[in-house]
Design a protein around this ligand. Sequence first.
Ligand code: HEM
Length: 402
Amino acid sequence: MDAADTDAARFPDTYPMPRTCPLDPPTEYRLLRAERPITRIRLEFDDSVVWLVTRYADAQTILGDPRFSSDFSTPGFPARLTAQPPGPGTFIRMDPPDHSRLRRLLLPELTRRRVEAMRPAIQEIAEKLVGDMAAATPPVDLVQTLALPLPSMVITELLGVPYEDREYFHDTTKVIGDQSVDPKRRIQVRNDLKEYLDKLVAMKEAEPADDVLSRMCARREEAGVSREEVVGIATLLMVAGYETIANQIGSGTVALLENPDRVAELRADPAKLPDAVEEIIRHQTVIDYGLRRAATEDVEVGGQLIKAGEGVVVVVASANRDEDVFECPDRLDFDRERHDHFSFGYGVHQCMGQILARVQLEIAWAELFGRIPGLRLAVPVEQVPFRFDMFVYGVHELPVTW
Ligand code: HEM
């Protein structure tokens, strides 16, 4: 083996790569950031060769540049050949102008004001869930008692799902998020959900109420959005706002339980909670796989030419640990100097639910640690089943006791 071969062997050639510690991204990211911040790599999931982007500055450049497309059908986009094309209304996978037209319809619904108006309802849901949990005999699985039902119930509030349908809705969302369920059954359930949302839209058209879906239906014609697209936006809200929050609660709770000093810090000064939530969202980046894009023109980024038709994976979990931006990035530090992180993305596709996400997480952790002071893992952290195999990182189960 000559020197060049030995050097090449230091760098991974397939993605993703395994973690050594469940609460930290793979150690290879540090090496890539330092020496090959934009590198060619083979993706295991579709066997394509793409550019892997690991540094903060390059991530920001690419996510903010309209020459990088989010559309599955753009040549070079990293997607499985068997992947179903995203349906109408799924604007997370579209580029402007369709993306902007659809995003605009939803925009007024997830503002700070609207989210604050939902806060008492979210508080009530979290109190009930944590109250039931505290009344149970430990150990319990925190995923089933809090992480999954909280965002599912919040979405029913948001969309205005009638009370009598809520149980159906929760059971359905649970199946979609549960990887142990047969994939065929999950596709079937997803189609059922779409059918259900279609009926719900018809109901909101006939009898508008004070909810997101009714207001989108009322505004849609003027905004040039079809009825089918409104159903698609409702489905997108379900998909984007459920698994992400559930896993952020899961992995964030493990990170807190593994850092008892941080929990003590929060107990001593509850006003730190918003900073703590922000830091946990950075540290435990649940969009673990990264954000996929394809170049529509030749673009030079950080001295590297990316050609039109080449795919890119922006590893936000690595950018969020970039030592050029975050001092001691692996430390969970509620007092660190604030820098924007990329857990909610960046650029035109930046997460629309981020205000709602922060409020849910604040309420969930305040309730959990306020109500159950002795909360701890019921098994050693090595035995917690982490979602090493998923696009969204987190935990399959989280056995806790007190
Ligand atoms: C911790 C929780 C969450 C995380 C980590 C998260 C993360 C993200 C990220 C990284 C993107 C950008 C995707 C890209 O650039 O390709 C995104 C987009 C989006 N998110 Fe979230 N999200 C969360 C919660 C939510 C919630 C609660 C909702 C709504 C109920 C939501 C709705 C959306 C929508 C609609 C988009 C698409 C925006 C666009 O394409 O213009 N998300 N999210």
